[in-house]
Design a protein around this ligand. Structure first.
Ligand code: AKG
Length: 239
């Protein structure tokens, strides 16, 4: 499914785009499950939801985020998208890779909310030696104007970079001094996915297009010093 070229590109650049990882029907299954959750966003447990736009109010639209959608809609774990993403993560990170976390971010049309440049690792300064991989799956084609992801190639190689708080956005951190000239926009067709490592500097454009942009984001981890009991426990809990 993925060749050595994909692994090499990821190792060198910190991200890789796979334009035809899933069929439209496979993505539709995910889209339906996420749509059903977003339709009852206000009734979901408060610990499972965030409105990324709420603290600033300047983006024209709400920016709802669901944390752990696959706990709220366990059928998501039975989808081909989940299975293939898990297989892919295991191939790319190696044996002992676990599913760690999922979330979904929806940017409605005309939503000026830009996901600021950041490294995911900056939010998780656990210090544990581990590798992580995000699989970002949009539920519809996503052009630059719709809020696609963007990456700074090679930015994963320099460790954790300085970050600063973003005024008006509680808890958000932005990488300091990103040279946007070297950044790469990653529009995707339906069925495509964008993959990146824990240290890769990335962001996403606002959705100035006419369609809703919804992404399901799956994160996988491979602890470097695998404790067998912890691995067993994690698998038992997250089955
Ligand atoms: C991530 O997948 O790590 C992101 O930052 C996603 C941002 C977005 O979907 O706007």
């Amino acid at each position: 499914m993925v060749g050595e070229d994909v692994r090499e590109f990821l190792a060198e650049n910190g991200f890789v785009i796979l334009p035809d990882l899933f069929t439209p029907a496979e993505v539709r299954e995910v889209a339906d499950a996420l749509d059903a959750l977003f339709a009852r966003f206000a009734e979901l447990p408060a610990t499972s939801t965030l409105d990324l736009g709420a603290t600033a109010g300047e983006f024209g639209r709400d920016v709802p985020e669901i944390l752990y959608p696959s706990l709220l809609a366990p059928a998501l774990r039975d989808t081909a998208v989940f299975r293939r993403s898990s297989d892919l993560a295991r191939r790319l990170l190696g044996p002992g890779t676990w599913f760690r976390f999922d979330h979904s971010i929806r940017k409605p049309p005309g939503c000026a909310y830009e996901t600021v440049w950041h490294q995911d690792r900056v939010h998780k300064r656990s210090g544990l030696p581990e590798r992580r991989l995000n699989v970002w799956v949009p539920t519809a084609p996503v052009a630059v104007a719709d809020g696609c992801l963007r990456y700074v190639p090679g930015s994963h190689l320099g460790g954790v970079l300085p970050h600063e708080p973003v005024p008006g956005r509680r808890g958000a951190l932005r990488t300091v001094g990103v040279d946007e000239a070297g950044a790469v926009d990653c529009p995707l067709p339906l069925g495509g996915a964008a993959l990146h490592l824990f240290e890769t500097v990335h962001g996403a454009h606002p959705n100035l297009g006419a369609s809703t942009r919804t992404a399901w984001i799956l994160q996988f981890t491979r602890p470097r010093a695998l404790v067998p009991a912890a691995a067993w426990l994690h698998r038992a809990v997250h089955r």
